[in-house]
Design a protein around this ligand. Structure first.
Ligand code: HPA
Length: 244
């Protein structure tokens, strides 16, 4: 079993559509098991991993991020393209917009965040200057331009613990701190990918304005519905990026 690229599908992206000869596998790792679909696109081996499970049954704070990322590493993956549904902290980032994330703020509380917890792996303090891999971000930006897919360059992803949505006061704070979008999964996924020396990028889809900015109370259904209407853009972007 082998793959060069991985697509991690967030909320609303459960379907490995476009992969040829797709086969589901359960990968064993020292951290537990992970589910992937392995297939081929444009001659490249691609692993598809639905972050919340194929039926969206795993809550953000319960995802086994270490098993997921270690499984991709074991498969030989060098580049990870992740999707994420996010709320917007800014009027100018509207539902349906895509954002190429380049940094994060970490508001998570209960998640194992590292492979390096002391012996036997040791203690390692990983550099976060370029948390989201610059090489693949530049490539995604170029592909998006070539394909006429509008993507906002650079965005700070505030990762909350969830699964609840935020309060209006929290949203005011995150906006004042320089956040652009809010979601529940980028941390620790991006950190674990960095520790694993894989090139990892997140293309976030704005599914709603955040609490207090939105004119109405948020529902998960709103997130799923906006994702569904716009998911084809992310698919095209990712598959063109893998192809070229
Ligand atoms: N907050 C947190 N996570 C989210 C949101 C939000 O508004 N929308 C989609 N995921």
């Amino acid at each position: 079993m082998h793959a060069e690229y991985a697509i991690i599908g967030g909320t609303g992206v459960y379907d490995p559509a476009m992969l040829q000869d797709a086969e589901r596998h359960t990968i064993e790792t020292p951290y537990g098991t992970a589910e992937v679909t392995l297939g081929t696109y444009a001659g490249k081996r691609v692993a598809f991993m639905p972050r919340h499970g194929y039926k969206h049954s795993v809550a953000p704070h319960k995802i086994n991020y270490r098993a997921n990322i270690r499984a991709l590493k074991q498969l030989g993956v060098h580049t990870v393209l992740a999707t994420a549904a996010v709320g917007s902290l800014k009027k100018e980032l509207a539902p349906g917009d895509l954002v190429l994330v380049n940094d994060f703020l970490d508001m998570t509380k209960s998640r194992p965040q590292t492979f390096y917890e002391g012996a036997p792996e040791g203690v390692v303090h990983i550099d976060m200057t370029d948390a989201y891999c610059g090489r693949i971000r530049s490539h995604l930006a170029a592909v998006a331009e070539g394909q006429n897919i509008a993507v906002k360059q650079d965005g700070v992803y505030v990762t909350t613990e969830g699964p609840r949505f935020e309060t209006p006061a929290e949203i005011r704070l995150y906006a004042a701190w320089g956040g652009d979008v809010v979601g529940m999964t980028s941390v620790p996924e991006v950190i674990l990918a960095k520790e694993s020396e894989m090139c990892y990028a997140t293309v976030a889809m704005v599914t709603n304005y955040c609490t207090g900015i939105s004119a109405h109370p948020l529902t998960h259904q709103e997130v799923v519905d906006t994702m569904k209407e716009n998911v084809q853009k992310i698919r095209e972007l990712f598959f063109h990026a893998i192809e070229s």
